[in-house]
Design a protein around this ligand. Structure first.
Ligand code: AMP
Ligand code: DBH
Length: 547
């Protein structure tokens, strides 16, 4: 079993030196800063979730005890651990336990199913899995059994709740306090964890982030978003997502010494109660959720007047919706345009409406380098739309162990091709126009057309398949699968069930299925899938407009 991270392409030494000299990278580590906070303000509440309420000292102790248990179980520094947890306090104690001893979390979303989990287990060569027995009506234990039978190197399984034949997480922490462990086994330049990409082409890719680069974004994000000891951050979206994790998210909130409140669901029902009870000041939402919140806020019995900032990101926020935030929720809207690969843009608090409501913000760092290029790779004239490329002190230089994706996604001089089409205002703010790639941004969840097509093609009744995005009033975009049947036409519902049974996350099930006899000539002529998808999408949108 390999337990070191294969060399990743990192920042060139002269750039790394510059980022250190500028004070962006401070050789801080997750394990160490949590310990510092716990020493500075041990009795301040750090995390609230379910019926648990932990102070900073308690969070630090939980993390240490779990860390000791993980080492005792035989895991060693550098091992990767799948973290497949919903919004519960254990999410936070587990990842700090892993950080403390140099084990690397690989974050999966609660919505992920066996197909995705197996893919991450393989890509990261994960030796352990941490999850829950059940959540939101889904029993994860059969998934874990299947995982171990397919990927036997996932030797260790720790579960919150009724663990059955697996190890209860509680037991892992039960034996020792971990008080003898050092605060951190790492240095700032080490990889701390792996995030997952939304998977714009093919399957999700693993994104290695270092302590130095991620902590830099936390520190700056907390500052830009005005977080301090009195802030109360609500984790409403699944906190494994990069946005509620780090922009500034629950990690930025903890870094700033604030309180983190975890909601089991982002629905207004669950969230509004917590906002009132805990005096929540800031939260992050995707646009469709914001719509729901705006709708429900009008008739909720709960008081929401502690809310100061509502951050919205993950997908384009319509200007008209942005405008309704202050009158309805009494809070300032802050647009966030980011990506797990790195670059994050914010509108700044107090920005004039022209920027706050109509742009997706500007980069965190003066060292973020932005290129906006035309199809030929030349800079567009000022203010014109083009492909966004970026590099900087917290944007990765390569995906984990994935040479072909790296060749596609990075230029020779280290720029990341975001796949987004943007234009820049004279103030240096970005407006997201759309994207060049073929993924579907379904309420902030990115779905790869290619991945779903591959699964559809495996169905015996499918001759060919093309998956496209369609504008949707509520979701922003929904997915539509065009299918050329083979033999008798299968029913749409059967193809949807097929996708579910292949063990894919529910959000990847096509929202709409359209059967066609053939694709246009372009496909027969072997013009790219991209052109085909564009053509089908245009046809569908025209039809939608006519009906
Ligand atoms: P992911 O690959 O899952 O990290 O998603 C990152 C992508 O989400 C970006 O490259 C954009 O395409 C999209 N995105 C994130 N925030 C916004 C936003 N505020 N407006 C429009 N698109 C966004
Ligand atoms: O969509 C995203 O991935 C995203 C959105 C806002 C993100 O990763 C982030 C902020 O950090």
């Amino acid at each position: 079993m390999m337990n070191t991270i294969p060399a990743i392409q990192v920042w060139p030494p002269e750039l790394a030196e510059r980022y250190r000299a500028a004070g962006y990278w401070r050789n801080e580590t997750f394990g160490a800063w949590l310990r510092e906070r716990a020493q500075q303000h041990p009795d301040r509440v750090a995390v609230v979730g379910g019926d648990q309420r932990w102070t900073y000292a308690e969070l630090d102790q939980h993390a240490s005890a779990l860390a000791a248990g993980l080492l005792r179980a035989g895991l060693v520094k550098g091992d990767r651990v799948l973290v497949h947890l919903p919004n519960i306090p254990e999410f936070i104690s587990v990842i700090f336990a892993l950080f403390r001893v140099g084990l690397l979390p690989v974050y999966a979303l609660p919505a992920h199913r066996i197909a995705e989990i197996e893919h991450f287990a393989k890509g990261a060569q994960a030796r352990a899995y941490v999850g829950v027995d059940q959540h939101a009506g889904f029993d994860y234990r059969p998934l874990v059994r299947e995982l171990q039978s397919r990927r036997p190197w996932v030797e260790h399984v720790f579960l919150v709740g009724d663990a059955q034949e697996f190890t209860p997480l509680e037991q892992l922490a039960g034996h020792s306090t971990g008080a003898d462990l050092p605060a951190s086994a790492c240095q700032g330049s080490d990889v701390a964890f792996m995030q997952i990409s939304g998977g714009s082409t093919g399957l999700s890719k693993l994104i290695p982030r270092t302590h130095d680069d991620y902590i830099y974004t936390l520190r700056e994000s907390a500052r830009i978003c005005g977080l301090g000891p009195d802030s109360v951050f609500l984790g409403a979206l699944p906190i494994a997502h990069n946005f509620p994790m780090s922009s500034p998210g629950f990690l930025g909130a903890l870094y700033a010494g604030a309180r983190v409140v975890l909601s089991p669901s982002p629905s207004p029902d669950a969230a509004f109660k917590l906002i009132e009870r805990e005096g929540v000041t800031v939260t992050s939402l995707v646009p469709p959720l914001l719509l729901q919140w705006l709708e429900d806020a009008a008739r909720t019995p709960h008081t929401l007047n502690t809310l100061q900032v509502i951050q919205v990101g993950g997908a384009r926020l319509a200007d008209e919706v942005a405008q309704r935030v202050r009158p309805v929720l009494g809070a300032e809207v802050q647009q966030v345009f980011g990506m797990a690969e790195g670059l994050v843009n914010y509108t700044r608090l107090g920005d004039p409406d022209e920027l706050a409501l109509h742009t997706q913000g500007r980069p965190i760092s003066p060292a973020d380098e932005i290129l906006i290029l035309d199809d030929a790779g030349l800079p567009v004239p000022e203010g014109e739309p083009g492909h966004l490329l970026t590099r900087g002190p917290y944007t990765i230089r390569a995906y984990h162990d994935n040479p072909s994706a790296n060749a596609r996604s990075f230029t020779e001089d280290g720029y990341y091709r975001t796949g987004d089409v943007v234009r820049m205002t004279p103030e240096g703010y970005l407006i997201v126009q759309g994207r060049a790639g073929d993924h579907i941004n379904r309420a902030g969840e990115k779905i790869s057309a290619e991945e779903i097509e591959d699964h559809l093609l495996a169905h015996p009744g499918v001759f060919d398949a093309a998956v496209v995005s369609v504008p949707d009033d509520y979701l922003g975009e929904r997915s539509c699968a065009f299918i050329i049947p083979k033999g008798p036409t299968p029913r749409a519902i059967e193809l949807k069930r097929w996708i579910r049974e292949r063990g894919l996350a529910e959000f990847k099930v096509p929202d709409q299925v359209v059967f066609v006899d053939r694709f246009a000539e372009t496909a027969a002529l072997k013009i790219s899938r991209k052109a085909l998808r564009a053509e089908l999408r245009a046809r569908l949108i025209t039809k939608q407009a006519e009906s």
